[in-house]
Design a protein around this ligand. Structure first.
Ligand code: ATP
Length: 646
């Protein structure tokens, strides 16, 4: 089928036909669930495979047989995802705070017990009072442990919920942003781990306990104002230490994290290029680059941690000295009959409880800063993502391509890579793009499929600018074979099917036959289930290219861009490619093929010669070929600039 319903939850096309839709395909018998799942073996057809009629591709483009509309899908609102994630945190935090309140109140049980024993039991010498008191206090302590466990359980579940809510939106937004970004966008997923880690950390517990410190201080104040004053001064001293610590450690921690993320990026590229690194004996250099960034990160970390440890030591000393001071001054007050011994010890214990969360917050300050920065990056990515704008699902395109005054100057450079490129192709027309190395052919190809955006000018598919197409619908309507073919780790049929789970075996088989790769796949021990590793093994360069060609034609798209599709192909591969282009023409698929090989030019309708990013020649195949031949005969350089022919 040419298009499926859109599942609003997943954004995927489903294989069911829209209700009430009338076209010639409804005449075909429907035999229940005819779409085998991707895990089953494909049986190749014995005879020649008829070209797939346009509009028969479940996952791909449409037949363009009339104004069929997809169901309009909601926008991918990442801002909303972020808000949902935050509301989960907020909702749970209210309950966690209630548990924290209960925990903190019950913490007073032990000091109260001490106080009661020394001041009531010792004076009354009542066994009953002691038993009663012990039972009540033991109950309070158990309850406190239970409440504390509950709040930790809740925090852990909140962290999991946040990760579950935000993981997919972050990865989608990162994948989208990486197109024009720095390549660091994917690291935002690591930021989510940081935030998750913070939500279950002891630092957050300390942060939540801090607001109850005044309660404890008040309790001490009630025991004796002098002792209260000692604790207040200590708490203020700890706050000052915390602020100084933040100032001292913020910058070095920032530097450490930046250097670490650079080292991680380098590690990532090393793992992707491990073969070349080994073959060219580049391991020492690669390790040195990683070592430099890691060393820089570690140096900054040591600097920051030194300061952090110093602050923590000072604050611990302040806390312990406070307790010493309270005991000493308390004893002095007791000697003057203003306090009992039990009161002094109880006040000292309460002071420890009051100051512990402040100290914990100081120690965990760095992890708070990291998590805050991580959350900032997550929020920036999700709020800034362009995917969140709603797009209308249009009728399936027919394949009309209009390119208008394309100018491309890569960001951060002044080099004009493409200049005033303009041409049009009707549905089913094929264009061969030729030109010297560096003429801009690959850049133009990428621009036609929207993987890079022009500095100015427009690329339109069926009159609609690429930027305004629903990205999913646009992706299903086009095919692209990049110059540097990369397959995904997965089976061959998953690769041909663009990893779609709703792809039918027929579609996969048809695409494989079209790319003349079916026989090659059949000869592999596991056939279509052969697992392709991240480096493309066990396939050869030509085989990879043909599987990528099958992927490009999968689902009968309406526009296919092939960038040097025959660079790794033998004569049979070349013939298969010519057949694929003829098939495309027969099915009104518009094809743009970037090539250096003259053999492919014999099957295209039009030819464009690019020179230094500009159109040097454009027109019907024969006149352009004649003109090119004339140039060669006249000894002219083939990429010399001329006026466009058409
Ligand atoms: N992002 C970029 N930043 C800077 N320069 C770029 C960028 N993208 C392309 N270029 C430059 O644009 C020019 C055209 O590159 P392009 O890859 O399109 O050439 P090509 O015609 O496909 O060459 P080849 O046939 O060798 O593949 C090159 O000089 C390249 O260095």
């Amino acid at each position: 089928m040419d298009f499926g319903n859109q599942d609003p939850a997943t954004g995927r096309s489903t294989t069911s036909e829209p209700k009430g839709r009338i076209d010639d395909r409804q005449a075909r018998p429907v035999t229940g669930n005819v779409t085998p799942p991707i895990g089953r073996t494909i049986e190749g057809k014995s005879g020649p495979v008829a070209p797939t009629p346009p509009g028969n591709g479940g996952g791909g483009g449409g037949g363009g047989k009339g104004p069929h509309f997809h169901r309009r899908v909601g926008p991918e609102n990442f801002d909303e995802s972020l808000r949902r994630g935050l509301s989960v945190v907020r909702g749970n935090m209210v309950l966690v705070m209630v548990m924290t309140l209960a925990t903190n109140i019950l913490i007073l049980a032990i000091p109260v017990y001490l106080f009661q024993i020394s001041d009531r039991v010792f004076t009354s010498r009542s066994m009953d009072t002691l038993i009663m008191l012990t039972v009540v206090i033991a109950g309070a302590v158990i309850l406190q442990a239970v409440f504390d466990a509950i709040r930790r359980f809740m925090l852990m579940r909140t962290a999991v919920e946040v990760a579950a809510q935000l993981g997919a939106p972050i990865l989608s937004a990162a994948a989208h942003a990486s197109l024009h970004g720095t390549g660091r966008e994917y690291q935002t997923l690591g930021d989510l781990q940081t935030v998750r880690g913070f939500l279950t950390s002891g630092t957050l517990i300390s942060f939540m306990d801090v607001p109850f410190a005044p309660l404890f201080i008040l309790a001490i104040y009630l025991v004796h104002p002098h002792l209260g004053m000692i604790v207040i001064v200590s708490a203020l001293a700890l706050l000052v230490i915390a602020m100084v610590n933040q100032r001292l450690t913020e910058k070095p921690f920032q530097q450490a994290n930046m250097a670490q993320s650079k080292a991680n990026l380098h590690l990532d590229s090393m793992s992707r290029n491990s073969q070349i690194i080994n073959a060219l004996a580049m391991i020492p250099e690669a390790v040195a680059i990683w070592g430099r960034d890691t060393a820089q990160s570690l140096t900054s970390q040591v600097r920051a941690q030194d300061r952090n440890i110093m602050s923590a030591a000072v604050s611990r000393a302040v806390r312990l000295l406070t307790q010493v001071g309270m005991l000493g001054w308390g004893a002095y007050l007791a000697l003057h009959g203003e306090l009992t011994g039990g009161m002094v010890i109880a006040a000292s214990i309460i002071a420890g409880r009051a100051l512990a969360p402040i100290e914990g917050s100081i120690e965990g300050w760095n992890s708070f800063l990291l998590s805050r920065a991580a959350y900032g990056r997550i929020a920036k990515l999700l709020r800034g993502s362009q995917l969140q704008y709603e797009r209308l699902r249009l009728p399936q395109p027919e394949g009309r391509l209009d390119v208008e005054r394309l100018l491309y100057i890569p960001g951060g450079t002044k080099q004009v890579v493409l200049n005033s490129i303009a041409f049009s192709l009707n549905p089913g027309e094929s264009l061969g793009v030729i030109g010297n190395s560096g003429a801009g052919k690959t850049t133009l190809g990428k621009m036609l499929v929207g993987s890079i955006l022009p500095t100015s000018g427009n690329v339109r598919l069926d009159l609609m600018d690429l930027r305004n197409w629903d990205p999913r619908q646009f992706g299903e309507s086009i095919g692209y074979l990049p110059q540097d073919v990369q397959l995904f780790p997965g089976t061959i049929k998953q690769n041909i099917a663009r990893m779609r789970e709703d792809a039918s075996d027929e579609q996969i088989h048809a695409a494989a036959v079209l790319a003349d790769v079916h026989e090659m796949i059949a000869s592999l021990p596991q056939g279509y289930e052969t697992y392709v590793a991240a480096d493309g093994s066990p396939l050869s360069g030509g085989q990879k290219q043909r599987i990528a060609l099958a992927r490009a034609f999968f689902g009968n798209p309406r526009l296919v861009v092939l960038d040097e599709p025959n660079s790794n192909l033998d004569a049979a591969g070349d013939r298969a490619l010519a057949r694929a282009i003829n098939h495309a023409r027969a099915n009104k698929i518009t094809v743009v093929v970037v090539t250096q090989k003259p053999s492919l030019l014999s099957v295209v309708d039009k030819i464009m010669l690019l020179a230094d990013g500009s159109v040097a020649m454009f027109g019907e195949r024969e006149p352009v070929l004649r003109k090119l031949a004339g140039r060669k005969a006249g000894g002219q350089v083939s990429d010399q600039k001329g006026q466009p022919d058409a």
